[in-house]
Design a protein around this ligand. Sequence first.
Ligand code: GLY
Ligand code: MN
Ligand code: MN
Length: 450
Amino acid sequence: MTASRLGQKEFSRRRRQLLRMIGRGGAAVLPAAPVRLRNRDVEYPYRQDSDFYYLTGFAEPDAVAVLIPGRGHAEYILFCRERDPARETWDGPRAGQEGAVAQFGADDAFPIDDIDDILPGLLESCERVYHTMGIHPEFDSRVIGWVNTLRNRGGGTQVPQEFVSLDHLLHDMRLFKSRSEQAAMRRSAKIGVAAHLRAMRSVRPGMMEYEIEAEFLHEFRRHGAEPSYQPIVGGGGNACVLHYIANDARLEDGDLLLIDAGCELDYYACDITRTMPVNGRFSEAQRAIYDIVLEAHQAAIAQVQPGNHWNDPHDAAVRVVTRGLKRLGLLEGTLAALIRDEACKRFFMHKTGHWLGMDVHDVGDYRVEEHARQLEPGMVMTIEPGIYIPDGLRGVPKRWQGIGVRIEDDVVVTRDGHEVLTDGVPVDADEIEAVMAAGLAAGRSAGKAA
Ligand code: GLY
Ligand code: MN
Ligand code: MN
């Protein structure tokens, strides 16, 4: 297993920061993600737990990281699998304890099979155990078991008195992306952008949605990335199913196609949505809806500024969408009343974005003491307004039905505003038509040459 492209310094800096925050008397315990079975003996592709990876850069299963501030010779202890040439023939190389120290910066490392004997002793001198309960229940009961082992020792054994969730500290760290994390996110976004352009050039009426999905998988994998979530490739009314992942319908001439697809590279996700006409030309009705979403998207991005609040982009998007739908006659009433009553929720039922990072819906609090969180440099969020008008929606003229539009970009809060990581894929309707026309022309000349 190779070390991450982010470099060991980055991981060691994160551990130092967490050690500082935990302080003397604390001990953090984090498990690696378990291996999960897909069916019978076939495993899902292994993906390390984001918190664990964030602190260790260690991608193997069957590992536990322990951080104990101020512990003399070893503050960072990694339990991991032992080297095993026979198993490694089947499953590939393991770092082993030597590798954990030499390549991954552990101060000390032990075989994972010895953890029950060693870990209670490590916790003995601690007052507080930092561990996030409820994510890996089996592991939770082992942590409680280790503390009970100490209790049962009796005598003068000191037993930790407090369990503290690690979420709060760790997720606040993860919310702020360092320079090297931002660089990693730029690399991930670049592949996502290339994949969207590739797909946009290949769309033709009569294709199946999964053929377009295949364009994404090809572009992701050829750059060593993989999907950061199940791609959504929804033609016509499927665009109105927010988590549509079947991707098995035919793309019909005259329909729109909504694609929400992003990749993960070096554990950092991008998350991009574009909507385009299957035949390369927006109809008048499609364009009217599209341009409202685009205006909302731009108004929301303009709100991504340090000092603004987390909900400001959403409020800006809601205002534009509500005004637009009122103009088209899809909402009736005064603008103020419609906004107050959240009338546009019928057509725009999700938030305008979320934090983005190692997880596509990344960690970090959205509110602090009842107030929407202030945006600060280093935070990364998506901006993704949409309008969805499914077939058969009561009281809505037929011409609007079957139209689903979302536009989604990834935006970093910078010191003096923002940086859009994914603006390499056009959002302007004319530009999208131009990319699609170029794709069609290239397809035709390739056809002639063949
Ligand atoms: N792709 C999931 C989302 O946009 O939030
Ligand atoms: Mn998103
Ligand atoms: Mn998305």
